[in-house]
Write a protein that binds this ligand. Structure first.
Ligand code: SAH
Ligand code: SF4
Length: 436
């Protein structure tokens, strides 16, 4: 029987959050998350003339994002009196780490607390050829996909650019990946399920070459890729995600190429073209079902933007081509969306829209109170074979960090067991709160 449909809340942020700078309780402004003009503006705000402000903002940028400095005192090429002035008005902040866990497979998860006490999680996944940081875009998520733990959170707010960039900065801190820092040893599994993609980095990882003990080099960094696949729907927080990713991609700073960044959306169709044009990163789409009936049920947003509309938006996604394919994520739920016919329909849809696509099958990751079951290994293999034989790459994503609830869809910042009835009640309450 099909479960009753849940309401679809909108992208309104019910919490009034600072959009530009985070002013702390002590009145100082956090420079992390401000783009270059905003830093220059902040410097003018404390009395620097525009030319000096621009020059100092370039220096600050380099210290903050290239070198990872958090103390103005360490910024050697900035005049002493300016360092003191900056320290009086600004900070270079980091989110507070509430807990840091390491999985048996080397995956790391941080529970972070922000200035207002809200929390979000961030996960680092070392693989054979890369290290991927899974970044959150919201505290919670309004969208209530039925298989996702994050969707059960009651409180939702957008993360600020500072909080999004802060996750990357913190991971670089924790991994010891700034010039002069000592890299931490990382367990790297030999599996590399994500190797079959198009970013040109599918080379075997050689111990010592990528993880060179105390000899830091940018080429040897462990954090090589970013996926916006943590908590929240990134396209419901477009402006802040855009600002944050532009900072992350800036060549004189964190310097991650757009080819190494992937944004995953559950299908916010009206924002997809803008994401391609204005951010330009790789696109992943949480498809998860090929019929209206099932997708309506498991991804409620489908009732607003249906499969056809979604795939048409994918076909129009700027920058997608055979060298940079769109990833379709497909969670494998036993008896729900995993039949041979589903696989064949998936192939038909991809062909009908002529999509440069690859499919990522995600074994369902259970969480406390979840009520779906993961498809069997044989079913997943059979599904994958059908898609693969049609000429579409279809790897199965190896679950990572399940022992610390760090795998896809397991993130949630306060664990609690909730019944289906309670979940539906909360979804209705969330919707009520989101209606203007
Ligand atoms: N909100 C965005 C990005 C975050 S979720 C989105 O939905 O695309 C990252 C991926 O994990 C999505 O494809 C999501 O559907 C999937 N996911 C959510 N819950 C899951 C679970 N319990 N098991 C496996 N994958 C899950
Ligand atoms: Fe939100 Fe994505 Fe989870 Fe759906 S799968 S509830 S969109 S985080």
């Amino acid at each position: 029987m099909t479960a009753p449909l849940m309401p679809i809340p909108g992208p309104v942020d019910p919490h009034v959050m600072p959009r530009k700078a985070t002013v702390r309780a002590d009145g100082r402004i956090d420079l992390v998350g401000l783009n270059r003009p905003a830093i220059a503006g902040a410097l003018e705000g404390i009395g620097l003339d525009p030319k000096t402000a621009r020059m100092r903002s370039r220096q600050l940028w380099h210290w903050i994002y290239h070198r990872g400095a958090t103390e103005f005192a360490a910024m050697a090429n900035i005049a002493k009196e300016h360092r003191a002035l900056f320290a009086a008005h600004f900070v270079v902040g980091r989110p507070e780490v509430v807990t840091a866990q390491v999985s048996l497979d080397g995956t790391r998860k941080w529970l972070l607390r922000f200035a207002d006490g809200e929390e979000a999680e961030c996960v680092f996944i070392p693989d054979a050829t890369r290290g991927t940081l899974c970044v959150s875009s919201q505290v919670g998520c309004t969208l209530n996909c039925r298989f996702c733990h994050t969707g059960t959170m009651k409180l939702v707010r957008n993360l600020t650019p500072a909080e999004i960039v802060g996750q990357v900065m913190l991971a670089r801190d924790a991994l010891g990946e700034w010039p002069g820092a000592t890299p931490v040893p990382i367990v790297r599994p030999v599996t590399n399920d994500a190797a079959d993609d198009d970013d040109g980095d599918d080379v075997p990882w050689v111990p010592g070459a990528h993880n060179p003990g105390n000899n830091y080099t940018p080429e040897g960094r462990m954090l090589t890729n970013i996926v916006m696949m943590g908590m929240g729907e990134p396209l419901y927080n477009f402006d802040n995600v855009k600002t944050a990713l532009q900072i992350v991609m800036d060549g004189d700073g964190l310097g991650l190429s757009k080819r190494r960044i992937t944004l995953s959306t559950s299908g916010v169709v009206p924002m997809m073209a803008r994401a391609g044009a204005e951010i330009g990163v790789n696109l992943a789409v949480s498809l998860h079902a090929v019929t209206k009936e099932i997708r309506d049920e498991i991804v409620p947003l489908n009732r607003k933007y249906g499969i056809e509309e979604l795939l048409a938006a994918c076909a129009a996604y700027p920058g997608a081509n055979n060298a940079r394919r769109i990833t379709f994520e497909y969670v494998m739920l036993a008896g729900k969306n995993d039949s041979d016919e589903d696989a064949r329909e998936l192939v038909r849809l991809i062909r009908r829209y002529k999509l440069p696509a690859k499919v990522n099958l995600i074994p369902f990751n259970p969480w406390p109170g979840s009520f779906y079951e993961c498809s069997s290994d044989e079913r997943i293999r059979a599904f994958s074979d059908i898609v693969f034989k049609a000429g579409i790459s279809c790897p199965v994503r190896t679950p990572r960090g399940r022992d610390i609830l760090a795998a896809c869809g397991q993130l949630k910042s306060a664990s609690e067991k909730i019944s289906r009835a309670e979940l539906d009640k909360r979804a209705a309450e969330k919707e009520a709160a989101w209606v203007d």
